[in-house]
Ligand binder design. Sequence first.
Ligand SMILES: [Zn+2]
Length: 105
Amino acid sequence: MSAVAWDVSDDRAQYSAAQQLHARHQRLWWVMWAPGARRFFAFYQGDAEIEPLRDTTPDGLDAQIRHTQVTIARTHPSAHWRCPVLGCTWVSVNPAVHTPCPVPR
Ligand SMILES: [Zn+2]
């Protein structure tokens, strides 16, 4: 096996994709790109025992996160906090002050 010269810049696209996913899901998930494993990982930050999710593509991981959240909402109804303001879509691990309340457009 030949040595693989690896450099951070080789994975720029993956890091940036992981960053975008992280920003999208940061209230409930920690998303990262693992260069050694060649996979994206998502760690659930809420109050439920969830195995880390992994996928080779950001879209695949995004789909897994969404699917897992639906499952968590059903199996662990109190695993995360939802803002009581009508129409607010805020969801987080702990109650969080946020202004203004994000509402779906
Ligand atoms: Zn709110």
